[in-house]
Design a protein around this ligand. Structure first.
Ligand code: SD4
Length: 350
């Protein structure tokens, strides 16, 4: 198990990483009141934050927000880029399928100003689950629709069904399947064929000039998952969460770990308590490690998987945090779209 000393040491390393960040962490500790804080020096609005694969999306969303588009519509347009990109094998069209070779998509969203949420899970045949999640929010009294019901709902609303399994993802699935069991009738490749287990997902969060906030997460989930498996992305409070009085947060990485700590909600609660976003994401990661079952911990008591959290505050501060060193996140504000480094709990060194 990870000792308290390990935690403190790793948090000290993270503090060093924080020190290198442009945001003023001390000023950021200013409590956020329920009436909404005055913007602090160094924080600008609007700002859009996402997982690293959202570099194009944060720019699109930012431009739309500046032009007056609602924050949720803007970030959904941002994540639609990845959903419709057949080369992103972690989201929407071209996402890696489940163990049966079927692409099943998860998504959820929250709209801060109106305090509403929507989600879909195990959705088949529709490339943009983020838009279907928003439709659940806009047109129903429910929060989550799943599987065939979600698909029928989308078709009723006019979404166009299509085959989401690209040839590349089908080939990756076949390779995975052929290697599962050395005693089956599939020939094993003994060349250097790589089994693609792409991780991805896109989470995006935004605050506009008036301090209104929204969040969205969309994914094809874990590659080759057991059919019917739902990750954290469609779970409001885990894959993403938004409270218009405090901020928004979301996650990419091992959903099973996030679901147990309600990581999106927890991070926003830390923001509400006045913690800087860098500190909030690290405290969420600490909680996640503390709640990790022993079978997933290595000899040093560290998880054998990675996960990231992204956060934005009502006054425009932001951060990305990762269990392990090396992850980036995307951000766009008045200074343009760019990748920045995530703060982290564990360095890659010995
Ligand atoms: C899930 N969180 O379904 C997603 C997967 C992911 O990088 O983000 N992978 O658990």
């Amino acid at each position: 198990m990870t000792s308290r000393r390990d935690f403190l040491a790793s948090t000290a390393a993270a503090a060093a990483a924080i020190a290198a960040r442009p945001a003023d962490a001390d000023a950021a500790l200013t409590a956020i009141g329920t009436a909404g804080p005055a913007p602090i020096a160094g924080a600008t609005r609007p700002v859009v934050v996402s997982s690293a694969n959202g570099l194009r999306g944060v720019k699109l969303a930012y431009d739309r927000i500046v032009a007056g588009t609602d924050t949720l519509d803007a970030i959904i347009a941002g994540v639609n880029i990845q959903e419709l990109d057949p080369d992103d094998q972690s989201v929407g069209l071209g996402g890696l399928p489940n163990a049966d070779g079927v692409v099943q998509l998860d998504a959820s969203c929250m709209h801060g100003p109106t305090k509403r949420a929507g989600a879909v899970a195990c959705l088949e045949d529709i490339a943009t689950p983020s838009l279907v999640a928003k439709a659940v929010m806009d047109y129903t009294d429910h929060t989550i629709l799943v599987g065939e019901g979600a698909r029928r709902f989308a078709l009723d609303l006019g979404f166009t069904p299509q085959n989401l399994l690209t040839e590349k993802s089908r080939q990756d699935w076949l390779r995975w399947k052929a290697r599962l069991n050395p005693n089956d009738f599939w020939l094993d490749h003994d060349d250097d064929v790589r089994i693609n287990t792409t991780h991805g997902t896109i989470n995006m969060n935004a605050v506009n000039a008036a301090g209104d906030i929204s969040s969205v997460t969309t994914t094809s989930g874990m590659a080759y998952k057991i059919p019917g498996r739902i990750g954290d992305s469609p779970i409001v409070g885990a894959g993403q969460y938004c409270d218009n009085t405090a901020g928004a947060a979301g996650s990419t990485g091992r959903g099973e770990a996030n679901i147990k700590i309600c990581g999106g909600f927890l991070t926003v609660e830390f923001l509400r308590q006045g913690l800087a976003p860098e500190v909030a994401v690290l405290k969420t990661l600490e909680r996640l490690v503390a709640m990790t079952e022993p079978r997933l911990l290595n000899a040093r008591g560290r998880p054998n998987f990675d996960i990231q959290f992204y956060a934005v505050t009502k006054d425009g501060r932001y951060a990305g945090g990762s269990l392990y060193e090396g992850a980036d996140f995307a951000v766009c504000d008045a200074r343009g779209a760019r990748l920045e480094k995530c703060v982290y709990l564990f360095g890659r060194g010995p």
